[in-house]
Design a binder for this molecule. Structure first.
Ligand SMILES: [Zn+2]
Length: 576
């Protein structure tokens, strides 16, 4: 954070004041106005752009992951698509300048890879629109006589129109018309007539055809979750979050869910007819997703973290908030909660190697922040309770938020300070600090040490659950591809791994479906298969990759020694 001394700060604020008077005096609106009309009958959209300065081309703000030329319809007598490098442009046909433009499109519901879905549909025909696929980027204009601001516009204002519909976004409900000044990554806007579930601290738009049991659970647990977090953190949100929850693909013979988040909102979709039958486990997964994301309204949005390399705090914290809330609401029992943490702990131990946790982001091991972070939060929780049964890990956060109520930014040291205070000792804080920043530590020994003098005993075991067996089975293929090709490309299915051919890599020149390694089932006997693989590696030998009939597909040589199978850590509660 930058430090600015008081007189300078005052001077700056006078200057800003002066500047804002200036722009008021000029009385010109330099915003881009985007008028978005939802046409309910045809489930289509008309979007009108009005720019303050005439331009000869426009480009979109977001490099969205779909082809706009196929979706958006232009008036082809006036406009055409063009490209400058990778950037898609719209130009006038005759090269003349323009300051308004219209495009139309039908709602686009397809899943977009690694990007927000353009539109989402509720069963009653109402829809969500993601604002930033249609937002524009400003052109730089160097001629001050044309543009005193040096760009084609400054800021974007959306105008939404939905005749006879409600328009709902960012905690507000409007009727037929609404306006919004675009901020950040944008938002989802709801157009339709579903009556929202609204409480003091949240709004949910829930699909009316949600199966009864799921509807009942939603009504009960969604508002309760926001109340719970508010109470536990001692902080009311300074915005009203929105949960958009829809039900799709209702004839599909499966059940799954997907979702996404943006500032102030969580979007959830459930798919498939198997949701019609009460399915506790599926609902719990969905609820956990919501509860994790909702925790970020507090530890990411209301209060921001200072350093991404300490993401274990907010990611592990969010998983822990979710696990504890589920226990508190009796969605799971204490044994099930402990199992969730045990899964995280083992996933942390499997995937974190000699590098410090701080390095996880640069190593593309971002997941370790969730899993190791949840373990660190559990250890904090138990150490606090050992000192004072009335306190919990929520109190660490409550105190962090209170201390930083002005700056609304927190860091790792804040966490350790509050943890030490609540446990009456620096012991655990120092150990967690070491785990976060030191390399080459004994991960198992470190993690075990956190649970000493808590209600948990950690035990190392060579009896592995099936998820861990799968991990080691996959690792054979991963290691071999890495050694031979320097890259890895495969998918795993229920009982086999499919490898894809890699260029200039002899060992994996053909695609293959591998189910056995030297006769060991790669998933069911993954640990045994890996142990055999390691022995072969020690002798620079090779292994046979085999198909589902145990027929050899290819014999691949192991080029270097590989790690040992790590023990599994059981977390046993002495209270259960
Ligand atoms: Zn998260």
């Amino acid at each position: 954070m930058e430090r600015i001394t008081m007189p300078l700060l005052k001077l700056l604020s006078y200057m800003l004041l002066f500047l804002s008077y200036q722009s008021l005096a000029s009385d010109t609106d330099f915003r881009l106005h985007i008028h978005v009309h939802h046409q309910q009958q045809s489930d289509s959209w008309k979007v009108q752009y009005v720019l303050p300065v005439a331009v000869d081309h426009i480009a979109f703000q977001r490099q969205s992951n779909f082809d706009r030329r196929k979706l958006y319809k232009l008036d082809e007598s006036k406009f055409k698509w063009d490209k400058a490098g990778n950037v898609l442009l719209i130009r006038s046909i005759d090269g003349s300048k323009f300051n308004s433009l219209e495009l139309t499109f039908s709602s686009y519901y397809d899943h977009i890879q690694k990007d927000y879905t353009h539109n989402l549909r509720y069963s009653d025909g109402s829809v969500l629109l993601y604002t930033n696929h249609i937002a524009l980027g400003a052109n730089i204009i160097e001629d001050k006589s044309i543009s005193p601001i040096g760009a084609s516009f400054h800021g974007t204002q959306f105008h939404f129109y939905g005749p006879k519909q409600n328009i709902i976004f960012l905690g507000n409900v409007f009727s037929e018309k609404a306006q919004w000044d675009l901020q950040g990554e944008g938002t989802y806007v709801y157009f339709g007539n579903i009556v929202p579930i609204e409480t003091d601290n949240m709004i949910a738009i829930v699909d009316p055809i949600l199966p009864k049991w799921a509807w009942k659970n939603t009504q009960k647990y969604f508002p309760k979750l926001f109340d719970y977090y508010e109470k536990k953190t001692g902080q009311s949100l300074n915005f009203k979050p929105v949960v958009f929850f829809n039900y799709g693909e209702i004839d599909g013979d499966y059940s799954n869910y997907s979702g996404g988040t943006l500032d102030g909102l969580v979007q959830l979709t459930i798919n498939g007819k198997r949701w019609k039958k009460e399915n506790e486990e599926q609902f719990n997964m969905l609820f956990h997703f919501l509860a994790h994301e909702a925790a970020h309204f507090w530890n990411g949005q209301m209060f921001a973290f200072e350093d991404q390399k300490h993401s274990w705090m907010h990611e592990g914290g969010a998983d822990t908030f979710a696990n504890i809330a589920m226990l508190e609401f009796n969605l799971i029992n204490a044994t099930q909660m402990m199992k969730k943490f045990e899964d995280s702990t083992n996933s942390c131990l499997l995937n974190k190697n000699n590098e410090s946790l701080e390095q996880a982001a640069e190593l593309w091991l971002y997941r370790n922040y969730y899993t190791c972070g949840a373990t660190m939060a559990l250890a904090s929780h138990l150490a606090i309770k050992a000192k004072n049964p009335n306190k919990s890990v929520f109190d660490v956060w409550k105190n962090i938020f209170n201390k930083n109520i002005k700056s609304r930014v927190y860091n790792q040291q804040d966490y350790f300070n509050e943890l030490s205070q609540l446990t009456g000792s620096n012991l655990l804080s120092n150990a967690l600090e070491k785990f976060s920043s030191h390399s080459d530590i004994d991960n198992h020994a470190e993690v075990s040490s956190w649970f000493e003098q808590t209600e948990i005993t950690s035990e190392l075991s060579f009896n592995y659950p099936s998820s861990v067996k799968r991990h080691w089975g996959k690792k054979i293929i991963y290691d071999l591809m890495e050694m031979h090709c320097g890259r890895v490309s495969y998918s795993s299915y229920d009982d086999y791994i499919k490898t894809y051919p890699l260029d200039k890599c002899k060992a994996f020149e053909h695609s293959a479906e591998i189910q056995y390694v030297n006769g060991f089932d790669i998933f069911l006997k993954g640990v045994d298969a890996y142990n055999l693989f390691r022995e072969k590696c020690d002798q620079k030998g090779s292994v046979s990759l085999q198909d589902k009939e145990k027929i050899n597909i290819v014999e691949v040589e192991c080029l270097r020694e590989v790690q040992r199978v790590k023990p599994y850590m059981r977390l046993k509660s002495n209270l259960l």
